[in-house]
Design a protein around this ligand. Sequence first.
Ligand code: SAH
Length: 347
Amino acid sequence: MQTEKKDIRSLSKEQLRDFFVANGDKAFRGNQVYEWLWSKSAHKFEDMTNVSKQTREMLEANFVINHIKVDQMQRSEDGTVKNAVRLHDGLVVESVLIPTETRTTACVSSQVGCSLDCNFCATARLKRMRNLEPGEIYDQVAAIDSESRLYYNRPLSNIVFMGMGEPLMNYPNVMKAIDKITSPEGLGMSPKRITVSTSGVSKMIKKMADDEVKFKLAVSLHSAVEEIRNQIMPFTKSFPLPELREALEYWYKKTKSKVTYEYVVWKGINDDKKSIDALVKFCKHVPCKVNLIEYNPIDDGEFQQASEESINAYIKALELNDIIVKVRRSRGKDIDAACGQLANKEA
Ligand code: SAH
C-alpha cells in the first residue's frame, strides 16, 4: 500500500536541512528549497529552477506541496477584496484585504469554522471545523500581499487574525505561521504590525505573555457584565471576567503592550448605563483602547445595532475617563466580507 506523501511545508528549516544530509546532499540545499517554499511561494517542485532535476524528482517522490488556491475573489465597491480560499482537502475559508489611504490590512482565518459559539457571529454557525495548518495561514497572507501589490501598488502593511476561527484555539499553528510571516525567509513583516484577536481564552493569553510574543492583542469583549457576556457568548462561562482581567494584567505586566477591546453595542442588550459603567471600570485595569465596531446583521434580527445616541453615550463616558475610543465602520459589507459575516456562503 502506498503511504500518503508528507506535506514538505510541515518541515522546519532544520528538518529540511537534515533531510538533504540524510540523502547524501548538502545541508545548504535545505535552505534553497526552504526559500522556494516560503518567500518565493513555489507551488510545484519543477518551479525550483536552481535545484537540479534529479533533486526535484527525488522531492516529488517523497513529498507534496499543499498550497492553497484562491477559488473566488470578490471586490467590494469600497475596495475591500474577499478571497474564498480552497484548502488541499476541499474545505474553504475566507480572507479579506482591507485598503485604506495609507495601509493595506489582511484579515486572515485561523480555523475552518470556529470552536466558539458567539450568538451574533455567522462563522460560529458553521458546523464543520478543523484547525488550519501554518502553511495555510501563511498562504492567505502571501496571497493578499500579491493582491495588494497588484491592485494598490504597495505591499501588505498589517495583518489581523480576525477572520474565521479562534486563533488561540489553534495557538501552535498560529505561532508557526507568524514565525514564517515575520522571518526574512518568509515575508519579513514586523510583528508590531500583526494583531491577534481572541474572544477571551484567558489561559492562552497568559501563555502568549509567557512566550513574550511581540505582536498585538485584541479582545472581543462586547460586555463587561458577566451575565450579558455569558448570554451572547456562551463559551465565556468557562472563562469568567475576573479570570480574563487577571490574564490581561499578566499580559500587560510581561509585554507592556496595550490591549484593544472590540465592542459592539446592541439595542436592548448592552446599551444601558450599567453596561457602560462596567466597561469603563474594566478598562481601568490595564492600559487599553476601545474599538466600537458597527454591527453587521447576520439574520433574524435578534441582534440589532444600537442607536447613535447610545453609541455616543459610550464614547462620552470612555473619553471622560481618558480611555481612547474609536468607532470602526464596516468594510466590504456588500460582499459579506465584514466582521462576523465570513461563512462561506458561495462555497
Ligand atoms: N475569534 C476571534 C477572532 C475573530 S475576530 C475573536 O472573536 O476575537 C472577529 C471580530 O468580529 C470579533 O471581534 C467578533 O466579536 C466580531 N463580530 C462577530 N460577529 C460580528 C457581527 N455580526 N458584526 C460585527 N462584528 C462581529
